[in-house]
Design a protein around this ligand. Structure first.
Ligand SMILES: C[S@@+](CC[C@H](N)C(=O)[O-])C[C@H]1O[C@@H](n2cnc3c(N)ncnc32)[C@H](O)[C@@H]1O
Length: 217
C-alpha cells in the first residue's frame, strides 16, 4: 500500500508536542550538530538580525542565543503549533523574537536586512527548482557579507538521483506543501548556492547523513 503523504502543516502540527524529545533521541550527535550551526555565528553582545526559516520549536535558538544573547530573531514557520511551542520555550526572550506563520517559499523577505539566515532540517522537502528560487531570495535578504547557515539531512549523489527519479515517477508533490523527504547531496546543494551568487562554501560538519555548511554573500 502506498504511504499516505501528509500535508506539511498537518504533519508538524500533529507532532509539535513531542517534537523536541523525538529529535533529541533520533538525531545522533544532536548536541554537536546544533552547536556547529551556532558556532558559525560570531559571538557578540550587539543586537544583530537573524532570520530563521522553518524554525519549528526553535531547537537551534538555544545554541544561537548562547553566542548572541541580544540578537533579534525573525522566526518563520508553516506550523502554528510548532511556533506556539517556540514562544512558550523562549518567553523570556519575547522582546527579541518575532514570529510569522507562513511559507518561506511564498513570503517575501526584506532585502539587505539580516546578518545571518539559518535553516535547520527543513529544506529537504523541496525540489531543486524551488530550492534555487529560495536561495536567490535568501541571498538578497542578507546584508553584504552576511552569512547563510544550513543544516540538513544529506545523501550521496547516487541515492539523490534515485530519490528524484522515484519522486518524478510517483508524481510526488514537491512544492514544499507536502511532507516528502527529498534530501540532497552536498554537491548539488553547493551548486545551487553558487548559482544563487554565494561564495566561500564551507562544509563544517558531516556525519550520519547530516551536514552543516555555510556560505557568504
Ligand atoms: C524538522 S522541522 C525543523 C525545525 C527546526 N529548525 C529544528 O531544527 O528543530 C521542519 C520545520 O520546517 C517547517 N516548514 C516546512 N516547510 C516550510 C515552509 N515551506 N515554510 C515554512 N516552514 C516550513 C515545518 O513546519 C517544521 O516546523
Amino acid at each position: 500500500m502506498p504511504k499516505k503523504i501528509e500535508k506539511m502543516i498537518d504533519f508538524f502540527n500533529n507532532r509539535a508536542d513531542n517534537y523536541d524529545d523525538n529529535m533529541r533521541s533520533n538525531i545522533e550527535d544532536f548536541n554537536r550538530f546544533y552547536s556547529k550551526i551556532a558556532m558559525e555565528i560570531k559571538e557578540t553582545q550587539r543586537e544583530i538580525n537573524i532570520l530563521d526559516i522553518g524554525c519549528g520549536t526553535g531547537l537551534e535558538l538555544e545554541y544561537i542565543f548562547k553566542r548572541v544573547p541580544y540578537a533579534k530573531v525573525f522566526c518563520l514557520d508553516l506550523s502554528e503549533r510548532m511556533l506556539n511551542r517556540l514562544k512558550e520555550k523562549y518567553s523570556s526572550k519575547q522582546e527579541q523574537i518575532e514570529t510569522r506563520l507562513g511559507s518561506y517559499v511564498k513570503i517575501p523577505f526584506e532585502e539587505n536586512e539580516y546578518d545571518y539566515i539559518v535553516s535547520v532540517m527543513t529544506l529537504h522537502h523541496l525540489s531543486n527548482n524551488k530550492k534555487l528560487a529560495l536561495c536567490n531570495k535568501i541571498y538578497k535578504a542578507l546584508k553584504s557579507n552576511g552569512k547563510y547557515i544550513e543544516g540538513d539531512y544529506i545523501v550521496d549523489q547516487t541515492k539523490e538521483e534515485k530519490i528524484i527519479k522515484e519522486a518524478v515517477k510517483d508524481n510526488a508533490k514537491t512544492d514544499g506543501n507536502y511532507h516528502i523527504d527529498l534530501p540532497f547531496s552536498i554537491e548539488s546543494q553547493k551548486q545551487i548556492l553558487t548559482e544563487s551568487g554565494f561564495k566561500k562554501f564551507n562544509l563544517i560538519y558531516e556525519k550520519n547523513e547530516a551536514a552543516v555548511y555555510s556560505v557568504q554573500r
